[in-house]
Design a binder for this molecule. Structure first.
Ligand SMILES: [Zn+2]
Length: 67
């Protein structure tokens, strides 16, 4: 089972929940797994909540078994 099911309809254009008024875009990690929505204003801030390697290293360590 993928860690992030794709059954949620991910819209390409919607106002960012951070309230900036900018359009939010889906951000994917290095494995092409959806991580979060962010606009140009909060993208860097939201990435800080994650380990940086998940965006750059497709072989990042995970606590879950992914086949
Ligand atoms: Zn935002």
């Amino acid at each position: 089972m993928p860690a992030y099911p794709r059954r949620y309809g991910i819209r390409q254009e919607s106002p960012c929940p951070c309230g900036s008024g900018y359009t939010a875009s889906p951000v994917y990690d290095a494995r092409n797994i959806f991580v979060f929505f962010a606009c140009k204003k909060c993208d860097a801030k939201k990435r800080k909540g994650y380990r940086p390697e998940i965006f750059t290293n497709p072989n990042y360590e995970t606590s879950e078994d992914i086949e």
